[in-house]
Design a protein around this ligand. Structure first.
Ligand SMILES: [Cu+2]
Length: 433
């Protein structure tokens, strides 16, 4: 059974690679068997100008596409300065692929793949219409190539999301036209190994704030008046205490190595929130002994009666039944659309996101979970304590402050991350703590 899975997966990945990545890599992997008999000269004839006239069969017959910068959001690098001169804000983002060992509960380590030595990677935050110019560096010490797929873009996967081999780097730019909380992730080497790389930590979030900011939040409650129950609706300012919550799975064996067999069977070893199992649950994780203080489990602290905004991304390949024990969601937004107001659980599929707004009326403990019991008991539980006043929060749950005025309530943070000690020290210096 396992062998069958493996062979099938290789064939499937090779087929996808052949269509998407008709580059040197797929030539090596597929055309070596004379299946397509393609030459580089043939591939290069497929240009943006001819793309409208080619069919899927044509694409396959030449072994894939090699072209530059086709896509609604793409900007050639030599035009970034022009966009800036025209008034767009340009964000230069650098991500470095880094394979490191990171701690899991019980004093063990696992073999993680990261951007910048942390899981999830750094949260990128821009405003709708801004330019993101992103560079992926892959140090020569890496044993494999990596890549970067930005879901915040509409931009040709080839060559932008193509493999970057050890010792190389790749830069591309795009306009973040669509607001939302978007995934970014490694695609492995021409999608081969993508599952291992993403499920071992190579993912992150890019928040694109709406150009005109977020809407006020309607809070629907009731009151009594003259002996009768009446509606008591209030509008809350868009300014919110903001948090990022990224859910994923770890599939690892006893040696801390990626276990593809377990992934195919959906047999989760750990479920992680922002890279850690039970990382915001100091009760369950008393046994957590990481390498540094950044690994100590710590709850989120929420001010009662204030607008809380969660940016949620399901980075994994299992459903996320997002639920707050003891709470309800006052508003759920996906893309540009409000999907629900006053709801108990929201289903967020793999690589899907939601922006969730809540006001907690009473002090107490409220636990964010994936309401799948296998997920809860393998790590998908983030304890939140609602109290009268704000308090410093774990840094990996707090996004950068929005550039849109009246959006982010600034928060104090302390270093808390699934990251190396070096990265924790950097983050401490960056936040002045
Ligand atoms: Cu990778």
């Amino acid at each position: 059974m396992n062998k069958r899975y493996s062979i099938l997966s290789i064939v499937a990945v090779a087929a996808v690679t052949g269509i998407l990545f008709g580059s040197t890599y797929s030539n090596t992997q597929i055309v070596a068997g004379n299946a397509l008999g393609v030459s580089p000269e043939t591939i290069d004839k497929v240009t943006p100008q001819t793309i409208d006239s080619v069919t899927a069969k044509d694409v396959q017959s030449v072994g894939g596409l090699v072209f530059n910068m086709v896509g609604a959001d793409a900007i050639p690098l030599d035009q970034v300065a022009t966009e800036k001169a025209n008034g767009r804000t340009v964000h230069e983002v650098t991500l470095t692929a880094q394979s490191v060992d990171l701690p899991i509960p019980g004093g063990k380590m696992y073999h993680a793949m990261t951007f910048n030595g942390q899981v999830p990677g750094p949260t990128i935050r821009v405003t709708q219409g801004d330019v993101i110019e992103v560079t992926l560096n892959v140090p020569s010490t890496e044993l494999t190539g990596h890549s970067l797929d930005m879901h915040a873009s509409r931009i040709s996967a080839v060559p932008n999301f193509g493999p970057v081999m050890p010792g190389k780097s790749n830069t591309y730019a795009f306009i973040a036209n669509t607001p939302g909380a978007f995934k970014y992730h490694c695609e492995g080497v021409g999608v081969i190994g993508m599952d291992q790389h993403v499920l071992s930590g190579m993912y992150g979030m890019a928040i694109v704030d709406p150009l005109n900011g977020y809407h006020k939040l309607l809070i629907q409650r009731t009151a009594t008046q003259n002996g009768q129950v009446v509606l008591n609706n209030t509008l809350v300012s868009p300014a919110a205490y903001e948090f990022t919550l990224q859910f994923n799975q770890l599939y690892i064996d006893d040696n801390g190595s990626y276990n593809q067999d377990a992934m195919f069977k959906h047999q989760t070893t750990w479920t992680v929130v922002n890279g850690k199992p039970f990382g915001y649950d100091p009760v369950v994780t008393k046994v957590w002994k990481g390498a540094g203080g950044q690994n100590e489990a710590a709850p989120l602290i929420l001010p009662v009666g204030q607008h809380i905004r969660y940016f949620v991304v399901n980075q994994g390949n299992m459903p996320l039944f997002f639920h707050i024990v003891g709470g309800q969601m006052d508003r759920v937004t996906q893309g540009n659309m409000v999907q629900a107001m006053g709801t108990q659980t929201w289903n967020i599929g793999g690589s899907q996101d939601a922006i969730i707004d809540v006001v907690y009326d009473e002090p107490g403990a409220y636990v964010v979970v994936n309401h799948d019991y296998a997920a809860i008991f393998s790590g998908a539980a983030a304890v939140q304590l609602a109290q009268a006043s704000p308090a410093p929060n774990p840094s990996d749950a707090v996004p950068p402050v929005s550039s849109v005025s009246g959006t982010s309530m600034p928060q104090q943070t302390f270093v808390h991350c699934e990251c190396t000690n070096d990265r924790a020290a950097q983050l401490g210096n960056m936040t002045g703590q």
